[in-house]
Ligand binder design. Structure first.
Ligand code: SAJ
Length: 426
C-alpha cells in the first residue's frame, strides 16, 4: 500500500534536491530519482553534487532513497518533475528532457498517482505535451485514473533568505481533484502561501511572466547604461537616486550580461509559443537582444580602456574574473563569461580565467596567477574575492585597465589611483 505521505522527485538539481530534502524533513517517504548515475552515487554517500553547505548537512540527516531506476516512481503517491527546460542555440524551447521524463514516468504510472510538473514551461506544455505522453505510456486517463498539476519552481540559487520552504507558490490543476491534491502536497511542506490558479496554463504563465518581467527590467537599465556611458552620467548613481522614490520604481542593475537557467531562457518560451499563435512579443524579444548584447558592450569598453594606455586588445593579457552567472554560486549556464571570452579570443587577446567557485573550468588556479602580467582585468561575476580588489593590489601586478562588469568596485578609488576604470554605464 503506497503511503499518502510519499513522493518521488525526478531531477535532483538546484530545484529537485532542496525539495526532496524538505519533503524528507516534513516526514515524507522520499525517492530521489535522477538519470545521472554519478550524481546518484554521490547522493547515496550523502555528498552534495554541487557546492551548497546547507545541502551537505541536510543530506547527512536525511532518509531519502536515491535511485536511478525509473520504476521506483511507482512506490509513491506523488511524483514531482524538476528537470531542466533549456533552449537550443537558436533560442527555441527544448522540451526533450521533459518529454523523455514524461515517457519514463508514464511507463510506471499507477492509478491514483499525482504528477506535478515544476519545470518552467510555456502555457499549454503540461496539458498538450506532458499529459498525452503520460496517457499514451500508461494507458491511463488524466483527471480520472491519475492526476496532473503544474507548480512552477521559484528557487533562487545562493539566496540566504528565500528558500524552497518559505517562497510562495502558485498551482494549477488539470481539474479540481488534481488541483486540490497538489495544493495539499505543498501546504503540507511549505511555510509559505499556496495560490490556486484557474488552470494549468495560468500557472505556467505566472512563471514565464515573472522572469520576463525581470529580463525586461534588466534590459531597461542595460540600455540606460549604454546611453549614459556616452552622456558621462553614472547610471549606478542615478538608479540609487531613483530608488529613493518609495513607490513606482524597482531597482535593477546593469551588467556585462544576463546568465542562468531562468532569466535568459524563460522569455523565449513565451516568445515562441505566442508566435505560434500569431502574436509577436516585440518588447520581450528586444529585451533579450539588449541583454544578449552586453558582452559586446563590455569588450568594447575594454578596447576603449586599452586604447587609452596605447595598447591594443590583440596581444594584451586580459584576466577574466568570474565564470559563473552570478555571485556566490558555481553555475555557468548561459553565463556572459562564455561570450566575453570568445570575443576576446577572436580578437587575439591572451585570456586568463579565474573563478574560485568554478576552478575546474578556470585556466589558472589563483587570483594572483590570473593577475600576474595582465594589462587589464574584466570582472564578470561579483564574487566576494573580486569585490575585495583594491587599487593597491592591482598596481602590484601592473594592471592598468579595470573593466567592472558588475559595477562592484569603488570607481572613484581606482580613478584617483590613476587606473583606467570603466564600469557598465559608469
Ligand atoms: N542580473 C543583472 N541585473 C540585475 C539582476 C540580475 O544583470 O538587476 C543578471 C545576473 O548577474 C545573472 C542573471 O541576471 O547573470 C540572472 O540573475 P538572477 O538574480 O535573476 O538569478 P537567477 O537566474 O538565479 O534568477 C532566480 C530566478 N528564480 C526563479 O526563476 C525561480 C528569478 O525568478 C528571481 O527573480 C531571481 O532568482 C532573484 O530574484 O534573485
Amino acid at each position: 500500500m503506497v503511503s499518502e505521505k510519499s513522493v518521488a522527485i525526478v531531477g535532483l538539481g538546484y530545484v529537485g534536491l532542496p525539495l526532496a530534502l524538505l519533503a524528507d524533513r516534513k516526514g515524507y517517504f522520499v525517492v530521489g530519482l535522477d538519470t545521472d548515475i554519478a550524481k546518484i552515487a554521490l547522493l547515496q554517500e550523502r555528498k552534495a553534487p554541487f557546492r551548497d553547505a546547507s545541502i551537505e548537512e541536510a543530506l547527512r540527516s536525511s532518509a531519502i532513497t536515491f535511485s536511478s531506476d525509473p520504476s521506483d516512481s511507482a512506490r509513491v503517491n506523488t511524483i514531482v518533475m524538476c528537470v531542466p527546460t533549456p533552449v537550443y542555440e537558436n533560442h527555441m524551447p527544448n522540451l526533450e528532457i521533459v518529454e523523455a521524463v514524461s515517457r519514463s514516468i508514464g511507463k510506471h504510472l499507477q492509478k491514483g498517482q499525482l504528477v506535478i510538473v515544476e519545470s518552467t514551461v510555456n502555457p499549454d506544455v503540461t496539458e498538450c505535451v506532458v499529459l498525452p505522453i503520460l496517457e499514451e505510456a500508461s494507458g491511463l486517463r488524466g483527471g480520472k485514473d491519475f492526476y496532473l498539476a503544474h507548480a512552477p519552481e521559484r528557487i533562487n540559487p545562493g539566496d540566504p533568505k528565500w528558500n524552497v520552504e518559505n517562497i510562495n507558490r502558485v498551482v494549477g490543476g488539470l481539474e479540481a481533484v488534481s488541483l486540490e491534491r497538489a495544493v495539499t502536497f505543498y501546504e503540507s511542506i511549505l511555510t509559505a502561501s499556496v495560490k490556486r490558479m484557474a488552470s494549468l496554463k495560468e500557472a505556467e504563465a505566472v512563471k514565464v511572466v515573472e522572469n520576463s518581467f525581470r529580463d525586461i527590467n534588466i534590459a531597461f537599465v542595460n540600455e540606460l547604461a549604454c546611453s549614459f556611458s556616452r552622456l558621462h552620467i553614472d547610471v549606478v548613481n542615478v538608479i540609487a537616486g531613483a530608488s529613493t522614490k518609495p513607490f513606482g520604481f524597482m531597482a535593477h542593475h546593469p551588467g556585462c550580461g544576463v546568465g542562468g537557467h531562468c532569466i535568459p531562457v524563460d522569455p523565449y518560451y513565451l516568445i515562441e509559443h505566442a508566435k505560434k499563435n500569431g502574436f509577436h512579443h516585440d518588447l520581450l524579444a528586444q529585451a533579450r537582444r539588449i541583454n544578449n548584447d552586453m558582452p559586446h558592450y563590455t569588450v568594447n569598453r575594454l578596447i576603449e580602456g586599452l586604447n587609452e594606455v596605447r595598447c591594443s586588445l590583440k596581444g594584451s593579457v586580459v584576466a577574466v574574473l568570474g565564470l559563473s552567472y552570478k555571485a556566490g554560486i558555481d553555475d555557468m549556464r548561459e553565463s556572459p563569461s562564455h561570450k566575453i571570452i570568445s570575443l576576446l579570443e577572436e580578437r587575439s587577446a591572451e585570456v586568463r580565467t579565474y573563478d574560485p567557485y568554478v576552478l575546474h573550468a578556470s585556466t589558472v588556479e589563483t587570483l594572483s596567477l590570473a593577475l600576474t602580467g595582465a594589462q587589464a582585468v574584466v570582472i564578470v561575476t561579483a564574487h566576494d574575492e573580486f569585490k575585495a580588489l583594491t587599487p593597491e593590489m592591482l598596481s602590484e601586478y601592473g594592471v592598468a585597465v579595470v573593466i567592472d562588469g558588475r559595477n562592484c568596485l569603488s570607481k572613484n578609488s581606482f580613478l584617483e589611483a590613476g587606473f583606467i576604470y570603466k564600469g557598465v554605464g559608469r
